[in-house]
Design a protein around this ligand. Structure first.
Ligand SMILES: *[C@@H]1O[C@H](CO)[C@@H](O)[C@H](O)[C@H]1NC(C)=O
Ligand SMILES: *[C@@H]1O[C@H](CO)[C@@H](O)[C@H](O)[C@H]1NC(C)=O
Ligand SMILES: *[C@@H]1O[C@H](CO)[C@@H](O)[C@H](O)[C@H]1NC(C)=O
Ligand SMILES: *[C@@H]1O[C@H](CO)[C@@H](O)[C@H](O)[C@H]1NC(C)=O
Length: 291
């Protein structure tokens, strides 16, 4: 019996040793907690994965039957008996902690798992964006760590009438074919692109990830640039017109005074233009030259 124990102990040398292994993973993703016998030909008769319960200070069995791990844990020892690694998928922050690969008669493998969650860039801050009708606008929202993925996220818009946040759905009439996400290509990029902006799109938008973490964006939608352009041209024309009218009046008055002046002093126009008081009418001289 004693010899049997010894043999098993030698054979089932677990490769990780007694020191704790540190592993970092991200919420929503999977992690492989490694554990295997040094000799891959061996088959341990019994082993279990346990997690340290910090509240009761006990090591609890990880069971695929429990609510906590159902459909989330996977072993590979049916294919490769010496491979005792555990794959945990759809990680949540609650999965962080100490894990133990407990093999009978073998050294214990302890693993400390850190689970990183999505932390929003500029979380809690409100960004203001101005765009024009007909244009597209990108409402930025992303996780600081591009490897992290929030479990779920949503975009909502504040309805000022009902004072409620309403889900932005690409299925709704309001947003059909107008909204686009990029998280399928880059999971940490939660930005929303709204195209063909209308004045109704003006308002406050919220990019929301789990546990009430969000980022707000105030979007101001202004009328078309074209309209603004036309208005400014109109004002410019009005201004020019006014100046022209004033110049004409100026011309009339200067001619009037000139006629009086020339009668009195009997000088010609060229001499007159060199006269000191006439420096104010320089624009008039230019005006007549161009017309
Ligand atoms: C944990 O799992 C091992 C292996 O399946 C089993 O022998 C042991 O009795 C379990 N412990 C508890 C507390 O359920
Ligand atoms: C155990 O199996 C997993 C999943 O197939 C694999 O990724 C891992 O490399 C294996 N470990 C060893 C030591 O073979
Ligand atoms: C905002 O809320 C009001 C009142 O509930 C509703 O009638 C209106 O349709 C909502 N506006 C939008 C854009 O959903
Ligand atoms: C998210 O994707 C959009 C569209 O491809 C891109 O313009 C934007 O820069 C991306 N944001 C980040 C943080 O990568």
């Amino acid at each position: 019996k004693m010899l049997n124990f010894y043999l098993l102990f030698i054979v089932l040398h677990v490769s990780e040793g007694e020191s704790e292994t540190l592993i970092t993973a991200y919420t929503g993703k999977s992690v492989l907690l490694p554990c295997s016998c040094t000799d891959l030909q061996t088959t341990p008769d019994t082993f279990s994965w346990k997690k340290h319960n910090t509240i009761s200070n006990t090591w609890d069995n990880i069971s695929s039957e429990s609510d906590q791990y159902r459909n989330r844990v996977q072993l590979f020892n049916n294919l490769s008996p010496a491979n005792l690694s555990l794959l945990i998928s759809h990680l949540t922050e609650e999965d962080a902690g100490e894990y133990r690969c407990d093999v009978k008669y073998a050294e214990i493998t302890d693993i400390r798992l850190t689970v990183k969650d999505c932390i929003l860039v500029n979380r809690g801050e409100t960004l203001s964006i101005t765009a024009h009708t007909g244009e597209s606008v990108l409402l930025p929202c992303s996780c600081t760590d591009l490897n992290s993925t929030p479990d779920t996220f949503s975009w909502r818009k504040h309805n000022t009438t009902s004072d409620r946040l309403e889900e932005i759905s690409s299925e709704s009439d309001q947003y059909r074919n107008r909204v686009q996400l990029f998280n399928n290509l880059s999971p940490a990029n939660l930005s929303l692109l709204i195209s063909h902006l209308t004045e109704e799109d003006d308002g406050v938008y919220r990019c929301n990830i789990e546990h009430g973490k969000f980022r707000d964006i105030g979007l101001t939608v202004k009328g078309k640039i074209l309209l603004l352009g036309l208005l400014s041209i109109l004002f410019w024309l009005l201004g020019t017109l006014t100046i022209t009218v004033f110049n004409e009046l100026h011309l009339v008055s200067v001619l009037f005074f000139y006629s009086i002046y020339s009668k009195d002093h009997k000088t010609n126009l060229f001499n007159y233009s060199n006269h000191s008081i006439i420096s104010q009418t320089k624009c008039y001289t230019q005006h007549t030259a161009s017309s």
